[in-house]
Structures are given as structure tokens and as C-alpha cells.
Design a protein around this ligand. Structure first.
Ligand code: LLP
Length: 421
């Protein structure tokens, strides 16, 4: 469910016509709907109603300050994986004690910064990291709440590059091996053992792997209590999938029910770290057709958006539905085409062999489900400018990240003397 719909033949974001936005900000651009984000947040929160639960939005999915603020005003905290994300969450107005610091490679300086800021919880992923955290905390006379991210060795059935809960993945500490690490942690200065964390992957479309992982995590809570630890938090990570095409992900209600069944009686605060499910379908990526190129090998719609703006199709062979901003006639003949960007790589493909209605140069196309892992993964490859992000609310819109200037592109580059004048 989202708020991008055709009205009188034109695609709207809430009450704003995307064609008007294109005139205003130029193409390509990302457009996000506040109403969709808020609704998704509320549906997820409702699924956990009555359970001691806290939602920490995984900022990596879309770290625009206005997006973080929109969700934090609904009650979300922030799940972060870098100093930059901590700073963003704080800048967006998230309270320090509503921030969870995750990630497999936190540096000591990031730990120090997070301790100074007063984040709620560190999710630790290895023994060396635990040692470092103890050292940094103790040297500041601080004691930090810590959970170990356990690796339950569960295959989430997602694409390889975004699966995180298998033994061979770089994430977490294997369970039950982590049990002895907790024993060590409890003796370490600066460390307060507070919880168990677990995140098995992203774009998960089936509750079965979740159930296996959560049963292991719940078992870990009980085992650790038997060992004498005080476990008050269980962080179940994120990963709930969304429909990009015709997938049918588990509903938040079913997900909530499953969590309730497995963890409802544990007497812990359940923490969730959703990213994609909150923002993916709240965003579209709007681009303009530059050329329609016919070749003996096929038809290419060459557009002004590219892999540097939205890398998911290139990186993961991900499917994003592409629709014309002007609604095509129902009778429009569909033809298999490639939608490609201007970047000098054959991999710069936004959609391959996709049945599309006819378009002409100048037409606008919208790639759906672009609110998560879109703008945040973009680059300036080929010296293309980062594209603007626009947030819509009802009939209003705001440019929440402006298109930079070309001067901005090399503002921080310097010419050494020996290169001459
Ligand atoms: N918590 C942790 C510890 C994570 O590593 C992630 C995502 C999340 C929460 C949020 O997961 P979500 O609810 O969004 O699935 N760039 C990839 C996705 C990478 C996900 C990385 N971790 C993509 O475009 O599909």
C-alpha cells in the first residue's frame, strides 16, 4: 500500500503531481510520501500493541534527516551503524537514549563518540570488538549497556549479498559459542550485559527463518539468565520484506503474532530494527526518457537516472517496477525493452527485458519502491550530481536534499603544486 496513484491520468505522490515536481526540481529525483511512511510505521507498531516493544528505525535504509524526523515523531528510535548515522539521528532530533549502535566494525573513536552522546545500547559482534568497547568505556569511567549479536546460523533465504545470519557470514558471534563470551563480558570493566541481539538478513519473505532464529534468540535469553546474567533486552533486528513485484511478504500482523508467541513471555523489552518495510514503498525515483534507441538487438529506453542513483538493479539484480508518470492507455501495446542509464557500463541497467508501454523522449518514468536503499547508496560516478530528494505531505512538498552544484563536486579536491598552474 502506498500513496503513489494515478489521478486523471497523472501519477501523484499524495496530492502532488510528480510531473509538477519534475518541473520544479528537474530530473532525476527521489520523491517520498510522508503518509506512506507514517502508515507503515503505525501498522508495524500496532502489530506489537500491548507488548513491551520499541521500534528503532534502521537509518541506513534512508538517512535523510526529514525521513528520520518523520519516523521519530511517530515514536521511532534509530538503529545506526556508524558515527555518521549517530550524528544524523541526533541532528534529526532522535534522543541519544533512543539510539542503538549496531555494526560489525565499530572503531574505537566511533565507540567513544557514541558513549559521549549517551546511546542506549551497543550491539557487539565479535570478541575483539567487546574488548575494545570495554577499554574505551572504562577509560571514560563509563559503563555501557551491551548486547551480543548472536549468529543463529539460519539462512534467511534472501539474496546472498544481504543474508547475514549464516555461520559463514561476517556477522555476529555464533550461538551457543557466544555463551562463554557473555561470561567474559560480565567480568569486563565498562560493560553491562543487558541483552541479546539477532538480525538474519534483509528482504525476508518467509516467516520460517525468522521463527527459527527467534526461537534460538529466546533460548539464548533463558540460557544466559540461567548463567546468572540480567537480560532485559532482546533485539530482533529488521529484515521484513516488501513487495517490489508480485512477492507476498509476511504481514506485520503475522510477524507480530509470531514474535509474541515466541518472545511474549520472556519479560524483556523487544527491540525491532526495521528499515525497508517502513520506507521502501514510500519512495519513487523519477527520471526522464532521453532517447528511445532501437537496435537490431532490442529497444533501449535511455533515461537520465542511472546505476549511480539507484544501484540495486545493477548490484543485486533487483526488480523495481517502472511506470510512466502519464498513465498509459489500457490498450497500449507492451514491448520488452531495457531501461538503461547514461553511464558507460553495460551494467547500468534499471530494468532488463521489461514489458513496457511505448514512450517518447521527454516522457517521465517512475521507479517504484525506491525509498529504501536508493538515495543512500548513490554515488557521483561519471561525475553525475547526487539527485535531489523531495518529501511530500498532503499537497505540500519540500526539497529535503537539494541537487548540489558542479562546483560542489570537486570542492574538496586540491591541485598539488607540482601539477603546475
Ligand atoms: N538491523 C541491522 C543490524 C541491519 O544490518 C539491517 C540491514 C537492518 C536492521 C535493516 O534491515 P531492513 O529492515 O531494512 O531489511 N542494501 C541492501 C539491504 C542491506 C541491508 C543491510 N542491513 C538492499 O538494497 O537490498
Amino acid at each position: 500500500m502506498d500513496n503513489f496513484t494515478y489521478r486523471d491520468g497523472q501519477l501523484f505522490a499524495e496530492d502532488v503531481a510528480l510531473a509538477d515536481l519534475a518541473d520544479d526540481v528537474g530530473t532525476p529525483f527521489f520523491c517520498y510520501s510522508s503518509a506512506t511512511m507514517v502508515r507503515h510505521y503505525r501498522v508495524l507498531a500496532d502489530a506489537f500493541h500491548g507488548l513491551d516493544t520499541r521500534i528503532f528505525y534502521a537509518v541506513k535504509a534512508n538517512s535523510n534527516l526529514a525521513v528520520i524526523r518523520t519516523l521519530s515523531r511517530e515514536g521511532a528510535g534509530a538503529d545506526v551503524v556508524s558515527e555518521g548515522e549517530i550524528r544524523r539521528a541526533l541532528a534529526a532530533g532522535v534522543a541519544p537514549d533512543a539510539i542503538v549502535f549496531s555494526g560489525v566494525g565499530k572503531t574505537q573513536s566511533e565507540m567513544a563518540m557514541a558513549i559521549e552522546a549517551g546511546v542506549l545500547l551497543f550491539n557487539v559482534e565479535s570478541e575483539p570488538e567487546l574488548n575494545a568497547l570495554s577499554e574505551v568505556a572504562a577509560s571514560r569511567n563509563a559503563t555501557v549497556d551491551m548486547a551480543i549479536r548472536i549468529n543463529p546460523d539460519v539462512d534467511a533465504g534472501t539474496p546472498d549479498k544481504i543474508s547475514t545470519g549464516r555461520k559463514g557470514d561476517k556477522f555476529g558471534i555464533a550461538w551457543p559459542e557466544a555463551r562463554s563470551v557473555y561470561v567474559d563480558a560480565a567480568k569486563m570493566p565498562g560493560i553491562n550485559v543487558a541483552g541479546v541481539a539477532c538480525h538474519i538478513g534483509s528482504q525476508i519473505l518467509d516467516l520460517t527463518p525468522y521463527k527459527s532464529a527467534f526461537e534460538i534468540a529466546a533460548g539464548a535469553v533463558s540460557a544466559l539468565r540461567e548463567d546468572g546474567h540480567t537480560i532485559t533486552r532482546l533485539d530482533l533486528g529488521g529484515g521484513l520484506g516488501v513487495p517490489y513485484d508480485n512477492e507476498v511478504p509476511p504481514s506485520p500482523a503475522d510477524y507480530g503474532k509470531m514474535v509474541r508467541n515466541i518472545c511474549g513471555d520472556l519479560g524483556v523489552t523487544i527491540m525491532l530494527e526495521p528499515g525497508r518495510v517502513l520506507v521502501a514503498n514510500a519512495g519513487v525515483f523519477v527520471m526522464r526518457v532521453i532517447y528511445v534507441k532501437e537496435t537490431p538487438g532490442g529497444t533501449f529506453y535511455v533515461v537520465d537516472g542511472a546505476m549511480n542513483d539507484l544501484v540495486r538493479p545493477t548490484l543485486y539484480d533487483a526488480h523495481h517496477t517502472i511506470i510512466p508518470v502519464t498513465e498509459p492507455l489500457e490498450s497500449a501495446p507492451l514491448k520488452a525493452v531495457d531501461v538503461v542509464g547514461p553511464i558507460c557500463e553495460s551494467g547500468d541497467i534499471l530494468a532488463q527485458n521489461r514489458d513496457m508501454p511505448p514512450v517518447v523522449a521527454g516522457d517521465l518514468l517512475a521507479m517504484r519502491t525506491a525509498g529504501a536503499y536508493g538515495a543512500v547508496m548513490s554515488s557521483t560516478y561519471n561525475s553525475r550530481l547526487l539527485v535531489p530528494e523531495v518529501l511530500v505531505k498532503d499537497g505540500n512538498h519540500a526539497i529535503v536534499r537539494a541537487r548540489p552544484s558542479y562546483d560542489d563536486l570537486w570542492r574538496d579536491e586540491h591541485m598539488p603544486d607540482w601539477c603546475g598552474d
